[in-house]
Write a protein that binds this ligand. Structure first.
Ligand code: SF4
Ligand code: SF4
Length: 326
């Protein structure tokens, strides 16, 4: 299925407020999409569940399509972003797909998107992602091969950004049997100056990824916080310890007009969930404002609105022990 660049631009225009795009940005985006300079993406999957790809796919699901549009993620990536490699949506397979990634590498200037942590035990062989010329290629080797020539490395999801669930375990003694490291650590160990943008979340929010892709198309380098997350999406604790804090922006916060009665058990609507283990006070993202779950008019809900405590899925220490324990 093919769609025009106009449809991607149409999505960005319709979502301009959510994506933080002004008129000038949209004009520059239109010019960039009209040129042949749209970035090439090489998107690799390591230790993770591929939920971030699924989340991104949902951004362009039928439910969210603009009237008359048949826009899908594959359309966007293939038609507008020159997707050279993506395990889930690429049309080619096996050596043909790897050859396309190698060709993109030779051209240089691509964006390397990484989803999933990097197992380093057993010579990285806990995660073999392809064969190239008959030789098995580990995720770790692929990152070593491709990071150096990338214009930027974008880590989608908490597993890629910080190690996440593959790095964790039920007890410290049983933790991380494949010695997973974050993609940021893997990349910076070979190129300390490389631009690495973390977009955590379990899964990540599709509009966070769209926002970063648009910024890169525009040639912008987003300001990052101490954990390499875009400050626009995750706040900047150095400048303002409250910026982007979920608790500070939560409509259930009793200090800001929320119900003074706190929830004592699950299922009590419109009550603060702090006593049920909500991690909103130590979590930074724009979930209460941007929200999730695409409806006819955009995102409509988020964890706390659904009576589920925030589990801090965008933070470096996620999952960090039991959920729902104060
Ligand atoms: S529900 Fe969570 S984020 Fe909202 S006010 Fe209570 S503790 Fe804070
Ligand atoms: S509210 Fe918390 S747990 Fe839910 S998506 Fe946002 S950061 Fe993750």
């Amino acid at each position: 299925m093919k769609v025009s660049r106009r449809e991607f631009l149409k999505y960005c225009t319709a979502s301009a407020a959510a994506l933080g795009l002004g008129l000038g940005d949209l004009q520059r985006l239109e010019a960039a999409l009209a040129s042949s300079g749209a970035p090439t993406l090489i998107w690799l999957h390591g230790s993770g569940c591929q939920g971030d790809s699924v989340s991104f796919l949902n951004l362009f699901s039928d439910d969210f399509a603009l009237p008359g549009s048949v826009l899908t993620l594959a359309d966007v990536l293939i038609t507008h972003v020159n997707l050279a490699y993506h395990t889930v949506v690429m049309a080619s397979a096996a050596q043909t797909a790897v050859t396309m990634a190698n060709q993109a590498k030779r051209k240089g200037g691509y964006v390397l998107v990484l989803e999933g942590g990097v197992p380093t035990a057993f010579g990285g062989r806990a995660c073999i992602i392809a064969t190239d010329g008959g030789r098995e290629l580990t995720y770790q080797q692929a990152i070593m091969n491709l990071a150096g020539g990338a214009a930027a490395v974008v880590c989608v999801g908490t597993c890629a950004s910080f190690g996440g669930i593959p790095m964790s375990g039920p007890t410290p003694a049983e933790a991380n049997p494949t010695q997973v490291v974050s993609c940021k650590d893997a990349v910076l160990s070979i190129d300390p100056a490389k631009l690495v943008i973390n977009i955590p979340g379990c899964p990540t929010h599709p509009e966070w990824v769209a926002w970063v892709v648009v910024q890169l198309i525009l040639g912008n380098v987003p300001a990052l916080d101490a954990f390499n997350r875009p400050q626009t999406l995750f706040g900047n604790k150095t400048v303002d310890p409250h910026m982007g804090n979920i608790h500070e922006n939560c409509p259930r916060n009793p200090n800001y007009g929320g119900n003074p009665e706190l929830a004592t058990t699950f299922g009590q609507d419109n009550r603060c969930l702090q006593n049920l283990g909500c991690r909103g006070p130590t979590t930074f993202s724009n979930c209460p404002i941007r929200k999730w779950h695409a409806g006819e008019n955009g995102p409509i809900n988020w964890c706390v609105d659904g009576n589920a405590p925030c589990i801090g899925c965008v933070e470096p220490d996620f999952p960090g022990g039991d959920f729902y324990n104060p």
